[in-house]
Design a protein around this ligand. Structure first.
Ligand code: ZN
Length: 481
């Protein structure tokens, strides 16, 4: 018994202690578990890229722009719907959780690809895809607005000289005076021994390169007048520091490059008004004196010109679809074909009529004549005579065609402005210039009439580029180059 009681005492005391310990331990465990859900929120800080507010921004527009709900945007930034935004304010974007840096908007430039954009901005390709909802590389067409993240205080990146055939990225990075491994990582290459000859690589620099391409000898390529619409004019300007032969092709148009001196070459092209709306590859080819040829494609969007459809027109049957009309068309086509290598205009053009706003019919409108089933379109701008009947040269040029009494065009004049750009004046009552005459901008050249295929007095003013009629308003609204 004694032994037992001793045993009891001996066992009871530690047992009470054990139970207390167990209970305390259990309490600690319970407390520990109850705090676990809060812990990861502190340990794993979610990052958000920041958008810098510009003048005119609203909270709902920013939410829409980044595919975020307004409520989420307000909650994350501690704002209410009535909060005021000031330019320079920074907003975290909830829909792009996990990304970092400052969000900026830019336009896809010639030579940009997902890889080159990622190399230049040092943003992950996956982040660029997400921020721009990209589903296909063709969506990165030239002139498209895209969102890019920039890490603040990160170095500016500039293009490296392109790899010569057989040259490794390792060799190129040494020649560029850069740390090979840093540069390999920045350019997202797995191995510095690998690299592609025509690919664009970047290195940190003090000055950002205007070009996204690394073509030997070529300093800059600019595609002007983007975004393009049906019936639009485009200009490609190439600056090189060594002789290079350039070829380009877009939507069936092959603009002719003219040497402007000082290493600059220019080519004007016209998008046909009946070109299907869509994304087209711009193909460019560069050949140097060493016999090397570089070629690349990049997509360009051609948007709708939103042209109207005119009421069916009733005109003299002898002027529609006849042999005489075909012969007249061929004659005018031949006159506007040569690309004269001298630009005779400068700056913005004048209106050829006394009242620039007296528009009777716009360029591009779809038309039918009599019972002819073919679809035609209006190849020029019809100006009435609201203030007067004078017709002026809109820009400097040379009169290369004086054609009285044509079946379709009536009394017509053709002026060559150089670089493949021509203007045509139709249905005139009188022609006041002669062939070969050099005209000054604003010079009186004719009188408005209703000769040829015309339903009333007006001037049909047409601008042709390498034979393709383009929207004349482009030339009256902006200066080229
Ligand atoms: Zn017309």
């Amino acid at each position: 018994m004694v032994n037992l009681s001793i045993d009891m005492t001996d066992y009871t005391k530690p047992n009470v202690h054990n139970i207390l310990c167990l209970f305390a331990a259990l309490l600690v465990v319970i407390l520990l578990f109850s705090t676990i859900p809060a812990k990861p929120a502190i340990a794993q800080v979610t990052t958000y890229p920041e958008y810098v507010v510009v003048s005119g921004d609203t909270l709902s527009w920013i939410a829409l722009r980044f595919d975020s709900s307004l409520d989420n945007l307000l909650a994350l930034n501690g704002l209410t719907e009535t909060s005021m935004l000031r330019p320079g304010d920074r907003l975290k974007i909830p829909s792009l959780a996990g990304m970092q840096g400052v969000l900026t908007t830019e336009y896809v430039a010639l030579g940009s690809s997902l890889t080159s954009l990622s190399r230049r901005s040092q943003a992950q390709p996956a982040d660029l895809i997400r921020a721009n909802n990209l589903t296909s590389p063709s969506e990165l067409f030239i002139g498209r607005e895209i969102v890019i993240t920039h890490i603040e205080d990160a170095p500016v990146m500039t293009t490296m000289a392109s790899l010569k055939p057989g040259q490794s990225f390792l060799e190129a990075s040494v020649l560029a005076g850069q740390n090979t491994w840093t540069l390999t990582r920045m350019n997202r290459l797995q191995n510095p021994l690998r690299g592609l000859p025509m690919d664009t690589y970047y290195k940190p620099s003090d000055v950002e390169s205007p070009s996204n391409l690394a073509i030997p000898g070529v300093k800059e390529i600019v595609v002007d007048n983007l975004p393009l619409f049906q019936g639009d004019t485009f200009l490609i300007e190439v600056t090189s520091d060594e002789p290079v032969k350039v070829r380009a092709s877009l939507a069936g148009v092959e603009p002719v490059f003219v040497d402007m001196g000082g290493g600059v070459q220019m080519a004007y092209g016209g998008i046909h008004a009946l070109t299907d709306v869509g994304v087209y590859p711009l193909t460019m080819e560069f050949s140097n004196n060493g016999g090397e040829t570089y070629r690349f494609d990049q997509y360009v969007m051609i948007s709708s010109g939103n042209f109207a459809t005119d009421k069916p027109l009733q005109v003299d049957p002898a002027s529609v679809g006849t042999e005489e009309e075909k012969a007249e068309n061929e004659k005018f086509k031949a006159v506007v074909a040569p690309v004269t290598p001298v630009q005779q205009w400068s700056g913005l053009w004048y209106s050829p009529a006394q009242d620039a706003d007296c528009v009777i019919s716009s360029f591009g409108s779809r038309r039918t004549y009599n019972e002819d089933p073919n679809l035609y379109y209006h190849t020029g701008l019809d100006l009435g005579y609201c203030k007067g009947v004078d017709v002026y040269a809109p820009a400097g040029g040379t009169v290369v065609g004086v054609f009285p009494d044509q079946v379709v065009r009536g009394n017509a004049i053709v002026i060559d402005h150089g670089l493949g750009v021509y203007t045509i004046y139709m249905h005139l009552a009188a022609i006041l210039v002669s062939e070969g005459e050099v005209v000054e901008p604003g010079q009186l050249i004719g009188i408005i009439g209703t000769t040829g295929r015309s339903t009333g007095p007006h001037l049909h003013f047409e601008v042709d580029i390498q034979g393709t009629p383009v929207n004349p308003l482009t030339w009256l609204r902006r200066a080229f180059p």
